[in-house]
Design a protein around this ligand. Structure first.
Ligand SMILES: *Cc1c(COP(=O)(O)O)cnc(C)c1O
Length: 421
């Protein structure tokens, strides 16, 4: 039996209607931007395997560091104990973040990083004796799949089944030149009811690679600041170079109070989540009163192997070559976007740094469930390119080491698709 056949009998896949899903493609190994399948085909991983793999697959440097760590300390409980990789990662990461971040709280993935951030904000106000109940978020946001993270995400077919169990959130539209004044008035009217504002800076990922201006986000953040609303930057997707700068909040004047990081954090090697905060937040929990403790943790909090993978990924990330790659990919995306500009089959072309999104003209049927999405997905797979369209939106989010020839090949295939589909 093939991997795909064995899989079918025993595995249930994420975000997949198993009834009409195509057989899963068995991957036997991967290197650089390439995935190698059991049936012999090679795929260019144009979406960095769900946006995590920033330095390419099976990177020898990360592999070497992880393998050495495995032989000295694979894991240790993180309550009452600590270890070198966790301390060093916090020491090295905090100074890289925009503004002033002082403490790292470890967890397992992007959703848990968001849960921790929300709990920090809610309890911050409780501990201060001035409880604030409401949370502000963008209507098309995506912050993860656990219940808190779902609650602050836009309501969609992903969340429909759980709607009655999600807590109420104040949703606002993305800021535009036209609505910014109204959005600010709304925030001001909510005032001290708002505990925090959680946002994906510059690009709403799963919501459809929706992009908006840093200057407008700055205006919203400044308005929140006036009401002392805590600011949570969910950089789970945008962090570590995606938008062309190390962090998307690097484009802003205002600095967040809290950051959520995951995805690219370990270079796509291991699951790991980080929530960072300022000393001001930390100090609201620092008390002789046990009730002011942040009662949150996971079995694998700050797993040493995951922290080591993150340190190795950070070594690669800060190399000048990586910065050049970000620039190189951004420039090529921009040139390709300019070439496609005005194409009749496209409703919109958007780019921020290494992310390029093309929205297909569909007429009426734009839902995630539309047949177009599946056609595009298989069309590119047949041509050796892994993309996962979000409905009628295809996007590129490649590993930074992708070669110019591979990018050029992908662009050519996109032009071909625009002509044929
Ligand atoms: C993917 C994502 C999450 C959730 O991360 P998981 O590791 O999948 O739980 C949260 N926020 C953003 C912006 C994301 O893109």
């Amino acid at each position: 039996m093939t991997l795909a056949e064995r899989d079918r009998k025993v595995v249930w896949h994420p975000y997949t209607q198993m009834k009409n899903a195509l057989p899963a493609i068995g991957i036997t190994h991967a290197a650089g931007p390439y995935l190698y399948a059991e049936h012999g085909k090679r795929y260019i991983d144009a979406v960095s395997s769900w946006w995590v793999n920033i330095h390419g697959h099976s990177h020898p440097y990360i592999a070497e560091k992880v393998s050495a760590q495995l032989k000295s300390l694979e894991h240790v409980i993180f309550a009452g104990f600590t270890h070198e990789p966790a301390v060093e990662l916090a020491e090295r990461l905090l100074p890289l973040l925009p503004g002033q971040q002082d403490k790292v709280f470890y967890s397992d993935n992007g959703s848990t990083a968001v849960e921790v951030a929300l709990k920090m904000c809610i309890q911050f106000w409780g501990n201060a004796g001035k409880p604030r109940r409401k949370i502000l978020a963008f209507r098309n946001a995506y912050h993860g799949d656990t219940f808190g993270a779902m609650s602050v995400s836009g309501r969609s077919i992903f969340t429909d089944a759980f709607a009655p169990y999600l807590f109420d959130v104040e949703f606002i539209d993305l800021p535009t030149a036209d609505n910014i004044a109204a959005l600010k008035a709304h925030i001001t009217s909510l005032g001290e009811e708002l505990a925090c504002f959680i946002f994906e800076p510059l690009v709403l990922g799963s919501g459809g690679m929706l992009m908006y201006q840093a200057a407008l986000l700055d205006e919203l953040l400044e308005c929140c600041r006036q009401q002392e609303v805590l600011l949570i930057a969910d950089e789970v997707m945008t962090g570590f170079g995606r938008t062309g700068r190390s962090f998307a909040t690097g484009y802003l004047d205002q600095a967040p109070d809290i950051f959520c990081l995951s995805k690219g954090l370990t270079g796509g090697t291991m699951p790991l989540g980080i929530t960072t905060c300022t000393d001001r937040i930390y100090e609201a929990f620092f008390s002789d009163d046990k009730l002011k403790t942040l009662y949150h943790g996971h079995s694998f909090t700050a797993n040493p192997i995951a922290c080591t993978a993150a340190l190795a990924s950070l070594d690669l990330f800060v190399e000048p070559e990586t910065q050049l790659n970000l620039y190189r990919i951004s420039r090529q995306h921009a040139a390709f976007a300019a070439k496609l500009s005005g194409h009749t089959r496209l409703r919109d072309i958007r780019q921020t740094g290494t992310i390029l999104a093309l929205e297909w003209e569909t007429g009426l049927d734009t839902s995630y469930l539309s047949g177009l999405r599946d056609r595009l997905y298989t069309w590119f797979l047949e041509r050796g390119i892994l993309m996962r369209p979000l409905g009628n939106i295809i996007y590129l989010m490649p590993p930074y080491i992708i070669a110019d020839e591979d990018l050029a090949y992908i662009y050519t295939q996109i032009e071909q698709a625009l002509a044929e589909i």
